[in-house]
Design a protein around this ligand. Sequence first.
Ligand code: M3L
Ligand code: AKG
Length: 501
Amino acid sequence: MLRGARTLSTACSVARRASLARNLRKFPLQAKPHIPSTRSLASAAQAQAPTHTPTPESSQSPVRTQDLPIVSNDAKQVAVGWDTRTWSKFHNIWLRDHCRCPKCFHAITKQRLLNTFEIPRDIAPLTVAAKPDGLEVTWNTSDAHISLYPWSWLRFNSYDPPSSSFAPSPSITDDGKPEKVLWGAKIQQSPPTVTYEQVMEEGDAGLYKWLENVDKFGFSFVTGVPPTPEATEELSERIGFIRETQYGKFWDFTSDLAKGDTAYTTLALGAHTDNTYFTDPCGLQLFHLLSHTGGTGGSTLLVDGFYVASLLKSLHPEAYHLLSTVPVPAHAAGEPSALYQPSPVRGYPVLGHVGGSSFSSGTGGSSTFGGESGKEGEGELVQVRWNNDDRSVMSHLEPAVVEKWYDAIRLWNKALTSPDSQYWVQLTPGTAVVVDNHRVLHGRSAFTGKRRMCGAYIGVDEYRSKLAVLRERFASDPVLEATKDIPESVVAGRSVWHTAL
Ligand SMILES: C[N+](C)(C)CCCC[C@H](N)C(=O)O
Ligand SMILES: O=C(O)CCC(=O)C(=O)O
């Protein structure tokens, strides 16, 4: 198994040669297979069960050809043998389209320069070679174009089989991101928290910690925030620019119905996510209680929607399936100058997924956005959209589904409101909370007196972009690590082999 193969230029240093040797697993000596058909590749890999557990080369020996993956090709595909049981197959057209040389890919803007549609449909390699840097392909085109594909990059982007199907490798995980931690009421024992000082410090390490908290837990407190709207706005903008909506940019609100929404009243609000009436609900929502005088109540509720969904899925799979497939319309119609509905107006399921093994009559080839899906499996839960107060008329339900759907949301609500799921916290001036609005539901208890809350929305793409940039700086990425010495890889501070490109 390739472990973050380091790269070697032809004039590679002894040190780099040794480091590649260290990282490369010894591939069992094997006669180069004939150019196998796609079908026979699988049987070939299957038949050649490893005769021994490959062991890393000693750090002294130079890299040997047999230390490199085995490569071969036919008229349609190139096969890469990571070890005798693990092969990837890449279509020739796919490889040519993903060439990252300076002619095919703008190293500064990270945009494709190659005209995909000028690639001959039947393009094939003249030669394929396993080089220390990666797979080298010389194409059978008039320019005999040469492309290089680093081993770690190929393995990360393997689609046949998907790289997620490979045995977990400490050096190369399928997306390199930390696992999410699902939580219930017990999170109150040690809720994820950073300090304002950490978040505001120039080096951004504290900002990174804050956003990693949000990625892992779906929320994070920030303590020591000056109890002013100005400081809170500045804190919000550490993540990215604030998303303006019909409620304004940075909000500073109280129970005066200044805006046509029950948030601007003293009413209790059940656990919900915001913006179900937008096609693209905000990614983060930040709240900071500035003051509450002459009254009681107004405590904040947080519920991990991913946790509750996991309970529903195991206890009531039918209900889970309905919440994952039936789109829910919503509206924001409290402002005379605004009347929001999502596009399509039928809305989106309460539980949004990607990658389900299902058909879809909606957009995007999966059940996530608007389509009905088969029951084979929903895929990965990536978004919770739930606000029963903002829900519009369910005018599209199949008659036979109506009562089942209401039973399903009754089970969902029961799980949401279970004491085991609910984390109630009384916010105080100086402690802000940021919530992943695609995962964690929030609410509040009713209150009396004068209560002043401020905060802001951050778009989901702005949030994820900032986290990706911080990860580039602070987290180790096996593909970036393995490719950083390939000449002309890192341009304008970013690698052309970044796995987000
Ligand atoms: C702007 N502020 C956050 C104060 C209120 C937003 C209104 C919340 C709306 N009912 C929703 O669920 O999206
Ligand atoms: O007032 C609060 O504590 C929260 C209000 C709310 O849920 C919202 O604005 O979405």
